[in-house]
Design a protein around this ligand. Structure first.
Ligand code: HSE
Length: 436
């Protein structure tokens, strides 16, 4: 059979890694795909830049349209990232009848509904395995491997930069800003690192995971995101003393009332495998009603791990080229006409347990005031510890773990606790999940 010709938009870290993997493993990949796959063209903004890949044999251009308009190219790999112009390029590629493989989480989370509609209209595939958790085949696992299950919840460490920061804070007692600077220097962080530390990047990925897990439209605007900037070294240490580890998790849970979509720092029991996922590694736990909890672990970023997912998508597209478009695996796991409008819950309707840290005066009755407020909101306390003063003698840190409660009850209780004359500053609240 004739080789399949592909064109690559973007020759940065992921584009370069993809050239390397497709070239190095060409023979093995062809045995799997049933045809040779060759990169005939690639585009990059600056052709004079040094690259991690050898581009000999590939026609280079600065204009992505040269690739999109090339009639011989059947698959376009969008590895530029970002939205805006890139969205237009993807639509143009679909208009030209090209299948698209992308690693672009923001593009899929924000514009995936329109993109998949257009692709289905044209009988084309848009594949996006590399958009979530880099090299971990989590899209395929949920969409195909778990298709017999009702997915109950999933929880993942889906941002390597954030996990690297929390790991270094815990293991080496380093400060947040210092570790972030290192993550940027090492190239893990997004172009705008607030995307990593404020949970936006994880929110994009969670949007995609929730959609394929529950058969709902992509709706990034409904994801609750809270970053890791308020986590202190003390919180990390106190959590450890209580048998918990703080991880920045993306959580999607189906409840009787609707779906919770949330990204926030979370205390999880140290004994859980996912609590021991360190550095830039990613991991996702998916709980299906039939299979129980399953765990997927691997590199969430980096040139070749991400290329591994891109190339797997290319192989899938090549295998499907001669098949009937009606019988393909649906883009979002569920048939397009079966995507359901299940409500996504506002944060006040989340139900979770909490870690609370507050600074209170060291005098009789203070703790009683705090516990009375919690009780008045039906919040049960699981554990309390009182520590030595941190930086002055007058106020003592009090750390509490609560049982599950409604977020709106906790919001109200915190306002009342902060108003106590004997409590100073803000209550630091971190959600807690047992992931049992
Ligand atoms: N900035 C992202 C991360 C890159 O740290 O996980 C991979 O999506």
């Amino acid at each position: 059979m004739k080789p399949v010709k592909v064109g690559i938009l973007g020759l940065g870290t992921v584009g370069g890694g993809t050239v390397n993997v497709l070239t190095r493993n060409a023979a093995e990949i062809a045995r799997r795909a049933g045809r040779d796959i060759i990169i005939t063209r690639a585009s990059a903004r600056d052709l004079s830049r040094s690259r991690i890949c050898d581009t000999s044999g590939i026609t280079l251009t600065t204009d992505p349209l040269d690739i999109i308009n090339d009639p011989d190219i059947e698959i376009v790999l969008e590895l530029i990232g970002g939205t805006g112009l890139v969205k237009e390029l993807v639509f143009k590629a679909l208009e030209q009848g090209k299948h698209v493989v992308t690693a672009n989480k923001a593009l899929i989370a924000l514009h995936g509904n329109e993109i998949f509609n257009k692709a289905s209209e044209k009988g084309l595939i848009v594949a996006f395995e590399a958009a979530v958790a880099g090299g971990i085949p989590i899209i395929k696992a949920i969409r195909e491997g778990l298709s017999g299950n009702r997915i109950e919840w999933l929880a993942g460490i889906i941002n390597g930069t954030g996990n690297f920061i929390l790991t270094e804070m815990r293991d080496k007692g380093r400060d947040f800003a210092d570790v972030l600077a290192e993550a940027q220097a090492l190239g893990y962080a997004e172009a705008d690192p607030t995307f990593d530390v404020e949970g936006i990047d994880a929110g994009h990925k969670l949007t995609i995971l929730a959609s394929i897990a529950f058969g709902i439209p992509l709706q990034f605007d409904k994801v609750f995101t809270e970053g890791i900037t308020k986590i202190t070294r003390e919180d990390v240490e106190f959590a450890e003393q209580l048998g918990y580890r703080i991880k920045h998790l993306g959580i999607a849970r189906k409840t009787l009332e609707g779906i919770e979509l949330r990204v926030h720092p979370t205390l999880i029991p140290v004994r859980r495998l996912i609590a021991n996922v360190n550095g830039v590694m990613n991991a996702v736990v998916v709980k299906g009603d039939a299979v129980g909890p399953t765990l997927y672990y691997g590199a969430g970023a980096g040139a070749e791990p991400t290329a591994s997912a891109v190339v797997a998508d290319v192989v899938d597209v090549v295998r499907a080229l001669t098949g009937d478009p009606e019988n393909r695996v649906p883009h979002l796991a569920f048939q397009a006409d079966a995507i359901a409008d299940i409500p996504v819950l506002p944060a006040r309707e989340f139900k979770t347990a909490y870690y609370l840290r507050l600074n209170a005066e060291d005098k009789p009755g203070v703790l009683a005031d705090v516990t009375r407020i919690l009780a008045s909101h039906n919040i049960s306390i699981e554990a309390i510890i009182q520590k030595e003063p941190l930086d002055n003698k007058q106020f003592l840190p009090i750390i509490m773990l609560t049982q599950q409660t409604w977020e709106h009850e906790m919001d109200a209780a915190i306002i009342e606790i902060e108003a106590l004359a004997t409590v100073t500053g803000k209550v630091n609240r971190i959600r807690l999940e047992t992931l049992g």
